[in-house]
Design a protein around this ligand. Structure first.
Ligand code: HEC
Length: 194
């Protein structure tokens, strides 16, 4: 074992020990391997009508932060867009949504990537159900559970519209749905993400 490895192993053990002391469940410690596990668990539900029991289990097992990580770039441990890494850019759902809401996708793009865009909607739909399960219990200042539920509903509608528009190769509908969905992310984060 070289010195760099030794230092990093010591560092991780130290970090783990510290996390264990601060948070007994060590829920805040999130590593790439965990991201893979979350991605696999979310992917299993994609394309199905969200199964309430499976959603509840996921919401209980992982923190919202860990679950929302699916939206990040594939290179950062997120799910990415499409089946093949790097084939569609940007290769992260959050970043791709931001692009799709700004500029209407052209015919060739829709024909080639429509399926991948529909899957983005499916993933967001699962995350909307998971967010619902994570609704805060109490109102704290402007963090009102009622607002949370509104954003979740917007996320749900945006996701469904994204799926429909992608499947119909409806460029205008896709842009509109991407905006609606992306707005739900931004509005909720604006109030609830510290
Ligand atoms: C109903 C509220 C809500 C909605 C809607 C929402 N988020 Fe989040 N999101 C949160 C909260 C709260 C956190 C921070 C959780 C924490 O720190 O424990 C978060 C965290 C994240 C993170 C950070 C994950 C990490 O690994 O650090 C990403 C990325 C993210 N959200 C993307 C999205 C995207 C993309 C959408 C829309 C498609 C979205 N979110 C919709 C509430 C929401």
């Amino acid at each position: 074992m070289n010195i760099v490895k030794k230092v990093s192993v010591f560092g991780s053990l130290f970090a783990l020990g510290l996390f264990a002391l601060v948070t007994p469940e060590a829920k805040t410690a999130f590593y790439f391997e965990d991201a893979k596990e979350v991605n696999a668990a979310v992917s299993k539900l994609v394309g199905k009508n969200p199964d309430a029991k499976a959603i509840a289990e996921l919401a209980k097992k992982y923190s919202l932060d860990e679950l929302m990580h699916v939206f990040k770039f594939r290179a950062k441990g997120g799910l990415g867009v499409g089946e093949t890494a790097g084939a569609i850019t940007p290769d992260g759902i959050e970043a791709k949504l931001q692009g799709l809401q700004k500029k209407e996708a052209d015919k060739a793009d829709l024909a080639k990537n429509g399926k991948a865009y529909a899957t983005m909607g499916e993933v967001s739909l699962i995350l909307a159900e998971i967010s619902e399960a994570h609704t805060p219990k109490d109102k704290k200042g402007e963090k009102d559970p009622k607002k949370w539920k509104e954003f979740v509903e917007k996320m749900r509608t945006g996701s469904k519209d994204l799926i429909t528009a992608s499947n119909k190769s409806d460029a205008k509908g896709l842009k509109k749905a991407a905006k609606e969905l992306n707005d739900s992310c931004i509005e909720c984060h604006g109030i609830f993400r510290d």
